[in-house]
Design a protein around this ligand. Sequence first.
Ligand SMILES: [Ca+2]
Ligand SMILES: [Ca+2]
Length: 263
Amino acid sequence: MGETYTDSTWSKTPWTTMTVVVTIFLICFIGLGPLPCAADLIWSDNFNDGDFDGWTPKVGLFTAENYMLEPTGSLGAASHTSTNTSGTWSFSVKRTDATEMTFVGFMGTLPVGGIPGGIPKTGYGILFQGASYKLVEVADFNPQHSVIATYSVGSALDMEGWHHINVTRSQQGTFNVFINGTWRMVGTDTSVDTSDVFVFISGHGKSALDTVVVDDDILTTRITTTDTTGADSQGGFPIELLAIGIGGAVVVIIIALVFIKRK
Ligand SMILES: [Ca+2]
Ligand SMILES: [Ca+2]
């Protein structure tokens, strides 16, 4: 015999269920508890306040007046404190010069230097070069010390425009790289296990950085959302806040439903 759900069943049993659901959601929402539901944002910047506070120019000058981090001269390198070594790094890069070498070092150890400057002593990064994206290990200030994985497109001109990158790294050193929402590279490297800085280097000063989000969890959910929101470099909503906004709305709806059903 199956259970028959009547109005009175609904008004009793689901109340308990709903309470549990709401409680779990609130725990996740507030970021408490041992549940693996709330990812821990380490830091983020979308430059939508028009400044680049927290970033240190290492070579050249920068502006954020267009709500992204842009060099004002023919070369730019800047860094931001970042100690994360596993999790998810998301960022968007706008390129307007196919011949430029653009480098985003999402993990890097101090000091920074090398040529053209601003390169971490060791670390990992994404190099935009020619018609390829390269996941690289940096050593001795050389961003091409070791190429862990490469993804090539038709021509260097295809490398102009916006690129929305999500890199994940497990605690075992396995990387997965998603470009514009599609999984493109995988590799493992454990040579570097510390980080001091996140760096952005625009070899000709023709690229911009935007929507940097660093999280210590491997977030596959962000990978499907970043490519649709990351292009919005002006007035774009931070992804984490958007998630919190949606979460908050869901909580309100659930509470409202419970309230209505109880009446
Ligand atoms: Ca700012
Ligand atoms: Ca922006």
